[in-house]
Design a protein around this ligand. Sequence first.
Ligand code: UD1
Length: 421
Amino acid sequence: MEAFYVVGPCRLSGNVRIHGAKNSVLPLLAASLLCRESCELTNCPDLSDVHTALAILQALGAPAQREKDRIVLSPWDGTVCEIPEELMRRMRSSIIFLGAILARAGEAALSLPGGCELGPRPVDLHLQAMRALGATVREDHGKIRCEAPGGLKGAQIVLAFPSVGATENALLAAATASGTTVLENAAREPEIEDLAGFLNACGACIRGAGESTIVVEGVKRLSGASYRVIPDRIEAATYLAAAAATGSAITLVDVIPRHLRPVLAVLQEAGCRFSGRGRVLSIEAPARLSRIHSVRTMPYPGFPTDAQAPVLAASTLARGTSIFVENIFEERYKHVGELLRMGASIRVDGRVAVVEGVERLSGARVQAADLRGGAGLLVAALAAQGETVLEGVCHLDRGYEHIEDALCALGAQVKRRVMEG
Ligand code: UD1
C-alpha cells in the first residue's frame, strides 16, 4: 500500500502540462471495437483505469499496443463478447463497453457494476437505450445479457436524466444501427463531443453532440482513424484548486479553457484571476480566498461533480462561509470527515455541505476513499501546516498521472512511499 507524504504549506509556481482526459479515452477505447480498420489514439493518459480498459480489450480478443501516450488498436473479430466480472468490478465505468460490443457482435454479456464508493451506480438508462434500439435485455443474478441477432435499429430515445455513460453507450450502439436515432436529453459534456468526433472521423454520421438532442444516421460500417484525446478538464480543475488553496500562481499548458468555465467562475468569485491565450491558462490566487456563495454540481455546462472535492478543499481556508450542493452522486462527501481531522470546519446535511473557512489546516494521517475525494485531500495537504500522510493513493492513480512528480516540479513536497507499519 502506497501513501503520499506531503509537507506543507507550499507555494506553487511554474507550468504544468495537462494530460488527455480519462473520461474521454475510456469511451474511445470502447468505440475502437466498432472499427473494421486499425485506430490510433494519441494523448492517452497513463492511468490505472486506462490499464483496466486495455485489459478488457485484451479479454475480448481485441489487441492494443501502447507506446508512451499513443495506443494503436487492431480491429476486433467480434467473437468473444463477455467482459469478465473481475474487470467489471475493478472499474464501474466498464459498462461503457456494452453498446459497442452489442452493436458489433449482436450480443454482449457482463456483470452489473453494482454500488461503488460514490453510492448506488444504476445502469437502467443504459439498458433502456439498448432496449429502445431493439435489443432484448435480460438481467439475472447480477448478470446482464443483451442480444440483437438481427442488428440494432435506430429509434427515438429520451433519457430521463442526461447521464454521461448512457449517452455514450447510446451513441456507440446507434452509430452502426440501421436507420436514424434521435437521442433527447443527452448529456452535453465535452467527452461526448470527443466521442462523436472520433466516431465521425471513423465514418459515423452524428450531429448535435454537445447539445441536448443528438441525431445519429446509422452507417453500415466504421473504418479506423487517428485521433487526439482532449485535455482532462478535471485534472486541470484539480491543479487550479491546488493553486487557489495555496495562494499560488501557476500556468496550465494544453487545456481548453471553455471546458472549465463553471470552475473558473467559482474560483474567480473566490478572488482568483485568470489570463492566457489558446490552450494556455494562468491562475493567480490571492493570499487568502474569499468565500464561495454556492456551488451546485450539475450536468455540463454546470459545475462538474468531479471538481467538487478539490474546490471544497480549497474553500476550507477561505474567509467566510461557502456552500456546496451535490446534485449528481450520493456519498460524495467522504473526504469531509478527513478534512475535519486536518482542522477544517464543515457541516454536511444530505446533499449540502457548509464550509466555515478557517485560518489554517494542519497535517494529519488521512485516507482517500475515492478518486476525487483523494484529490481534495491532496489539495488540502499542500496548504496544511506540517506533514500529511495521504493513504489510498491507488484511488488517485485511477485519474491522475504521476501527480506527485508534477506537484514537485511546481515546488511542492510530495513523496510516494510504501506505507510504514
Ligand atoms: C461520468 C464520469 C464521472 C462523472 C459523471 C458525472 C466517466 C468514465 N465517468 O460517470 O467521472 O462524475 O459522469 O459527470 O465518464 N444514473 C442513473 N441511471 C443510469 C445512469 C446514471 O440513475 O443508468 C444516475 C447516476 O446514479 C448519477 C447520475 O445519473 O446520479 C449521473 O451519472 P452519469 O452521468 O451516468 O455518470 P457516469 O457516466 O457513470
